[in-house]
Design a protein around this ligand. Structure first.
Ligand SMILES: Cc1ncc(COP(=O)(O)O)c(C=O)c1O
Length: 327
C-alpha cells in the first residue's frame, strides 16, 4: 500500500471528503486553539498532543438550550468549577467569560434547541502525561442539535439492569473528567444486552449511577430516595428533582425526599424507579432485572416530575439563561 505524504492543500482537500451523517447535527464549535467559532463540522478538530486526547486530562460539562434559553447554566458551571479544582486545572479564561463564549457560540449556530458540550483541556505540548509540559489549557465548546427522546421510553418505560463494570473510586466519580472508560463500558453493556440503562453497584452492594444518568426510587410508602453524592457524580437534573420532591413533601404528595444508601433489594421493592439526566430530564424505569417495577407502567410520580421539568424550562427565569438578547 502506498501512503502519501500530504501537504497543507491536500489535507484540506481530503478533509472535505471526511463527511458522515452524524455531522449534520454538529452546528457550531468554539475553539480557543483556533481562536474563534467554526461552522464546518470537518474542521471541528483538536490537536492530538492536547493532553485531553492522549491522557484524558480535561474536564467537561453537557447542558442544553431549550427554546432559546440555557437550562441550569449556573448549576453546570458550579460543577465545572468543582471538576477544575479537583484536577487543579485553570481554564484559559475566567468562567464568566466562558459563559459569554457559550452564548455567542449558540447564537452563531442559530439553534434554539441544542446540546452544549464544553471541554476544558490541559492543552497541547508533548505526549507525556506531565501537565507542566502543556503550553496552556484550552476551551472547546461544541453545539449539536438535540435528538428527541424516543416516544417508547416515555409511553411504555425503560429497562434497567445492574452493571458488572466496577465503580470509580469516589474521588474520580465526583469529577466530570474526560476519563469515561467505565461509563463507556456500561453503555457497551446496554447495547450488548439490549437494555436501556445500566446502574453500577459498589463492592459493598450500594447502588450508584448509570453511565451518564442518576436514579431515584419512590418507595411503596411514597418516599423519594436517591443515592448520596459522595461516590457518584452530582447530577444537575437529580438535584433539581430533589428540590421538586421537597415541594411535593410540603404539598403532602410525598412523605420524605432525601439521599440515602440504596441496595438492589430497594430497587426491586420500589413502586417507581426514575432515571434523570440533562438530555431527557426524567424517564420511567418499568422493568428492573427483567421484572416489572410496580404495575409495570410509567407511574404517577414519573408524570409529576416530567411536568415539573417542562414547567421549569418554559417559565422559571431563575434557572433559564436567555441566549438571544444582547449583553
Ligand atoms: C456519570 C454521570 N452521572 C450522572 C449524570 C447526570 O448529570 P446531569 O443531570 O447533570 O446531566 C451524568 C451526566 O452526563 C454523568 O456523566
Amino acid at each position: 500500500m502506498e501512503i502519501p505524504v500530504l501537504n497543507f492543500d491536500e489535507i484540506f482537500k481530503n478533509l472535505k471528503n471526511t463527511s458522515y451523517p452524524h455531522q449534520n447535527s454538529y452546528v457550531a464549535m468554539y475553539s480557543s486553539w483556533f481562536g474563534g467559532i467554526i461552522l464546518h463540522p470537518q474542521l471541528m478538530l483538536i490537536p492530538i498532543d492536547d493532553h485531553m486526547v492522549h491522557r484524558g486530562d480535561g474536564v467537561f460539562e453537557a447542558f442544553k438550550c431549550v427554546n432559546g434559553n440555557i437550562y441550569q447554566l449556573d448549576a453546570h458551571f458550579n460543577r465545572l468549577k468543582n471538576s477544575l479544582n479537583k484536577i487543579q486545572l485553570t481554564p484559559p479564561y475566567p468562567l464568566e467569560e466562558i459563559k459569554e463564549i457559550v452564548i455567542k457560540t449558540i447564537r452563531s449556530s442559530g439553534e434554539k434547541n441544542c446540546i452544549i458540550r464544553l471541554y476544558v483541556s490541559r492543552g497541547p505540548g508533548d505526549f507525556s502525561p506531565k501537565p507542566e509540559k502543556s503550553i496552556g489549557s484550552q476551551l472547546y465548546v461544541v453545539i449539536t442539535k438535540i435528538e428527541p427522546t424516543e416516544e417508547r421510553k416515555r409511553k411504555t418505560g425503560c429497562s434497567l439492569k445492574i452493571s458488572k463494570v466496577p465503580t470509580k473510586d469516589p474521588f474520580f466519580a465526583t469529577v466530570k473528567s474526560c476519563n469515561y472508560l467505565q461509563n463507556v463500558l456500561m453503555k457497551m453493556e446496554c447495547h450488548k444486552l439490549g437494555v436501556d440503562y445500566m446502574i453500577n453497584i459498589t463492592e459493598e452492594g450500594k447502588i450508584g449511577e448509570g453511565a451518564t444518568e442518576n436514579f431515584a426510587i419512590i418507595t411503596r410508602d411514597n418516599r423519594f430516595l436517591t443515592p448520596p453524592f459522595d461516590y457518584i457524580l452530582k447530577g444537575t437534573t437529580i438535584l433539581r428533582a430533589l428540590n421538586f420532591a421537597k415541594e411535593m413533601v410540603e404539598q403532602g404528595l410525598l412523605k420524605e425526599a432525601k439521599t440515602c444508601d440504596l441496595y438492589s433489594e430497594d430497587l426491586k421493592d420500589a413502586k417507581e424507579i426514575l432515571v434523570f439526566g440533562t438530555t431527557m430530564d426524567v424517564l420511567p424505569i418499568t422493568t428492573f432485572e427483567e421484572r416489572a417495577v410496580g404495575d409495570g407502567r410509567p407511574g404517577k410520580f414519573y408524570k409529576l416530575f416530567f411536568e415539573k421539568f417542562i414547567e421549569d424550562q418554559t417559565k422559571n427565569k431563575e434557572v433559564l439563561t436567555p441566549v438571544w438578547h444582547d449583553f
